[in-house]
Design a protein around this ligand. Structure first.
Ligand SMILES: CC(C)(COP(=O)(O)OP(=O)(O)OC[C@H]1O[C@@H](n2cnc3c(N)ncnc32)[C@H](O)[C@@H]1OP(=O)(O)O)[C@@H](O)C(=O)NCCC(=O)NCCS
Length: 161
């Protein structure tokens, strides 16, 4: 699956729509939950966006079917001497799950992180999908926050070889 960088406002908007319909709408949460000041401006040195487009929609308005964001330099205080990044807003459309898109997208983030000299990726993973991250080589470090009063999280991380 081809992983791309959303480089236009239209693509970022499609990526945010993917966030909303997978991470918030199914739980009755408003679209504003997906808003983040770190999405502006689109190109900034401390943020890496990646997404996968629906291949069948090449000639129409873009439909992002998998999305995520890597925030560089966050959480470093927990890893002295390391250069770390936090994975956020990671989601695959419900009708495309189980096809390897999540793994492909995560691999792309890991490649980019390695290329930037980072040593570790961590995240607050929703407990219900913890198994996905375990399958992708992440370790479960323990209980994380309970966000929006809905989602229990696990703190997970992976040392980048
Ligand atoms: C979690 C999520 C990103 C996984 O994406 P996906 O494209 O379905 O995952 P993949 O098809 O690449 O699966 C990779 C591996 O993880 C396993 N896996 C994926 N989701 C799983 C789940 N919910 N439970 C157990 N195993 C899972 C797959 O079976 C596959 O295993 P393999 O090693 O045998 O190949 C997707 O289910 C999702 O977006 N969920 C809703 C939003 C969400 O919770 N996002 C994460 C927020 S922290």
């Amino acid at each position: 699956m081809v992983v791309i960088t959303p480089t236009t406002a239209e693509l970022l908007s499609a990526a945010k729509a993917c966030r909303v319909r997978n991470l918030y709408t199914p739980y009755g949460l408003p679209a504003s939950c997906a808003d983040s000041p770190m999405d502006e401006p689109l190109a900034r040195p401390d943020v890496v966006h990646r997404c996968i487009l629906a291949p069948e929609r090449e000639t129409e308005a873009p439909l992002v079917v998998a999305t995520g964001r890597l925030d560089l330099g966050l959480g470093g205080e927990g890893y002295p001497g390391e250069s770390v990044a936090q994975l956020r807003y990671f989601a695959v459309d419900a009708d495309r799950r189980g096809l390897g898109l999540g793994r492909d997208l995560l691999d792309a983030f890991e490649r980019e992180a390695r290329a930037r000299g980072l040593t570790r990726i961590w995240m607050e993973a929703r407990t219900e999908v913890k198994e996905f991250y375990l399958r992708c080589g992440y370790a479960d470090l323990g209980l994380g926050p309970n966000k929006w009063g809905v989602f229990p999280h696990r703190i997970m991380d992976k040392r980048l070889a």
